[in-house]
Design a protein around this ligand. Structure first.
Ligand SMILES: Nc1ncnc2c1ncn2[C@@H]1O[C@H](COP(=O)(O)OP(=O)(O)OP(=O)(O)O)[C@@H](O)[C@H]1O
Ligand SMILES: [Mg+2]
Length: 506
């Protein structure tokens, strides 16, 4: 059997954590191999070892029969192994072209040929199917565009092995399609693609085989995805069967707590109105770019509001900045938590209690015991994987960092209205169920909850009511009894998409 890429007895220990323990499996040429597991299972660590970013304590990696010793990313590049990390690595101040040719500028008689470089990169990007001007500074690109540029880098280096760590978590569905197309072409060229994702539908759609990690150990290895079901994969990941991930519970709804009346702003010129009642979970669905996050930022006061009125429990929200909103009991947990959210250099506990502190410590005297108690509670309920509450938050896996930021908002004790944008992005199935459960308990306490999500099954699974946004406007609203996948999706699509071809001819 062809074993182009082989991991053999890989082990890695961090202080207090056995991140990987005796991992052995191999992947044949010309295939896409999925790597799945809960947050903190060890996926990124394995990929970082493959990229030369981290060194394994035990074991070895073989490519095409040769044992590899990568002690830096440069070594991995030399062996034509490219890894696109969960945290993007582009240099924000340089242009796309400069990033893509880093260290390999074409020079003529010692002079860098900028024009040649831009033309070359431009042609490559077009060939790959990415419509970004090579002269654009990376700082001006959207997250999705940056992600695509990282993948383009792998293609331009003619890598033999390409590993992608959760590449679609910040892509729109259209961008994801371009990426999938590209991955398919890499496979056809005989490359090995290792693909990490929490979205199991992507694993089933793209991958030939798949490996499941659990607590740093190999829980399962499938050379073929055929015959495998979602439920089987989930129980291999979590170590238990999850019967009903949504676990929706009916509640009695009270008076409207949040009333948004005709608000508008720069990124949302059309006035928008909606309400959220005590105990209600009001879901907002729409395609990426439909204006959901912009609307929530306006409500919260993170962006400047042009006009309109917001009431919380019948009292006008006079301020237009987040500080006032929080004081009035309105909080927004933004979708950018991965990038803006964690406070580096602080412990897990400090990250969780940083905003709740003023409730514990009204006179400025900190109460460490109370803080630890709160942090421990969230570490348990959200299944945050960390050796201790004192661990520096940067050492946590990507998904666990997101849980920490979520916990910070949930720890706020005087919330009346909670807005959460993409609450489970990058979070594993087991923890998703816990997060939904937590949202229900908050709603049962009478908090009005607004959930923004791009995942239709999720919005349908947990909401009491769904509003659909399209091109900056709320276009439809459905009560739970009337939820229907096709109707909701149809409402979210702009009319012209009916006539526009959705896929490029390949
Ligand atoms: N630099 C580090 N220092 C200490 N511990 C670390 C470090 N990097 C990772 N870990 C720990 O190793 C374990 C595995 O983390 P890893 O990032 O590989 O998980 P993952 O499977 O990629 O999770 P996610 O789905 O959340 O991205 C976690 O418990 C994490 O806290
Ligand atoms: Mg990871």
């Amino acid at each position: 059997m062809d074993e182009f890429l082989a991991f053999s007895h890989i082990g890695k220990t961090y202080p207090g954590v056995r991140a990987l323990d005796d991992i052995s499996f191999s992947v044949p040429k010309g295939t896409i191999h999925g790597l799945v597991g809960e947050n903190g299972a060890g996926k990124s660590t394995l990929i970082r070892i493959l990229s030369g970013d981290t060194e394994a304590d035990d074991g070895e990696i073989r490519i095409d029969g040769d044992v590899q010793h990568f002690s830096s990313t440069r070594d991995a590049f030399a062996a034509r192994v490219v890894v696109v990390h969960q945290e993007l690595q582009l240099v924000a101040s340089l242009t796309v072209a400069e990033n893509l040719t880093l260290g390999r500028f074409p020079a003529r008689a010692g002079v860098i040929d900028f024009r040649g470089m831009i033309a070359h990169v431009g042609a490559k990007l077009r060939e790959i199917g990415i419509s970004v001007d090579p002269k654009t500074p990376v700082s001006q690109l959207s997250l999705g565009e940056r992600q695509m540029i990282e993948v383009a880098k792998a293609v331009m280096m003619d890598a033999r092995v390409i590993a992608l760590d959760e590449p679609t978590s910040s892509l729109s569905s259209r961008e994801s399609e371009v990426l999938f197309d590209l991955i398919g072409r890499l496979k056809a060229q005989g490359k090995v693609v290792v693909y990490i994702s929490h979205r199991l539908d992507e694993i089933f759609r793209l991958c030939d085989g798949c490996t499941v990690l659990r607590d740093g150990r190999l829980a399962a290895h499938h050379t073929s995805i055929d015959g495998l079901t979602r439920d089987m994969l989930v129980s291999e990941m979590v170590g238990r069967a999850i019967v009903d991930i949504w676990g929706w519970r009916g509640r009695s709804l009270g008076k409207p707590r949040l009333v948004v009346d005709q608000i508008s702003g720069k990124h949302l010129p059309q006035p928008a109105s909606f309400t959220a009642r005590a105990g209600e979970i009001h879901g907002f669905f729409g395609l990426v770019g439909s204006g959901r996050s912009e609307l929530m930022r306006l409500v919260y006061g993170a962006d400047k509001r042009w006009g309109g009125r917001i009431d919380i429990d019948g009292v006008v929200l006079s301020g237009r900045d987040p500080k006032r909103s929080i004081r009035a009991g309105l909080v927004l947990c933004s979708e950018d938590r991965k990038y803006d959210g964690i406070i580096q250099g602080m412990s897990v506990t400090e990250n969780i209690v940083v905003s709740a502190r003023r409730h514990f410590s009204p006179f400025g005297v900190t109460r460490p015991a109370k803080e630890t108690e709160t942090a421990e509670k969230f570490i348990k309920t959200l299944r945050i994987r960390t050796p201790s509450a004192r661990q520096d938050v940067v050492n946590l896996s990507g998904g666990n960092q997101q849980k920490v930021v979520l916990a910070r908002w949930l720890a706020e004790s005087d919330i009346r209205v909670l807005i959460v944008d993409e609450p489970t992005r990058g979070i594993d199935v087991g923890a998703k169920a816990e997060i939904y459960d937590l949202l229900y308990s908050l709603a049962e306490r009478g908090i009005a909850i607004v959930v923004v999500s791009s995942e239709l099954p999720e919005v349908m699974g947990i909401s009491d009511r769904i509003s659909v946004m399209c091109e900056g406007r709320i276009v439809a609203s459905f009560e739970r009894a009337d939820f229907d996948e096709h109707t909701i999706l149809a409402a979210a699509l702009p009319d012209r998409s009916m006539t526009e071809p959705t896929r490029r001819a390949s």
